[in-house]
Design a protein around this ligand. Structure first.
Ligand SMILES: [Fe+2]
Ligand SMILES: [Fe+2]
Length: 196
């Protein structure tokens, strides 16, 4: 699939701010792919497409999940903000013609994460959180410092742990439900980082 076609289509489907975030995520994904020796072109594509379903109305997302997708459990349905991840993975395949499983899987898990994420999934998850075009600079700098101070996968796990910790705090503060996967990933990262 032609890259210009993908960018133009995304520009039409997303709000201006979301499109800016998308470009930020794609460029940050390249940087992280370089740092960890991963395929930069693939990272760019995953970053570009990660929020491709983000601007669809919730009822449309729910309809697609109900009719087409089997891998969305009740916990994930509790927060509408996360529904664009499974649908985004579906759109990447069916609308944007992406066949690479690694790209599809990274889009699929970019909101709530998943236990035992691979390196590629981890960098896309982080790129979404720390891209410099729209995300808070202090937070991004803090995460980037964790990565540069701690080379290798352990640094990635430490950075992810910081992100999941922040997400859980924020959900608790707003009295929102926390899905089981988010807690499982947090516990897994804690074990890895603390070497329990
Ligand atoms: Fe997203
Ligand atoms: Fe995003």
């Amino acid at each position: 699939m032609n890259m210009d076609y993908i960018e133009n289509r995304l520009k039409e489907c997303l709000s201006e701010e979301r499109f800016k975030h998308t470009l930020g995520c794609a460029h940050c994904a390249i940087e992280l792919a370089k740092m960890y020796g991963l395929d930069e072109q693939k990272a760019f594509l995953a970053g570009l497409l990660h929020d491709c379903a983000k601007c669809k109305p919730n009822d449309e997302l729910l309809k697609i999940i109900k009719e087409e997708l089997k891998d969305v459990d009740e916990g994930e349905l509790q927060n509408y903000k996360t529904l664009h991840a499974p649908v985004g993975a579906y759109f990447a395949k069916t609308i944007y013609g992406i066949e690479d499983k690694e790209i599809i899987d990274a889009i699929r898990c970019h909101t709530i994460g998943k236990v035992n994420m691979n390196l590629f999934e981890k960098i896309i998850f982080l790129a979404d959180k720390i891209e410099s075009y729209t995300r808070d600079k202090n937070y991004s700098d803090e995460i980037k410092k964790i990565l540069t101070d701690n080379p290798g996968e352990k640094g990635l796990d430490m950075a992810l742990l910081r992100c999941f910790s922040e997400t859980i705090h924020s959900l608790v503060r707003r009295e929102l439900k926390i899905c089981k996967t988010t807690i499982d990933v947090y516990n897994e990262l804690l074990d890895k980082v603390k070497n329990i």
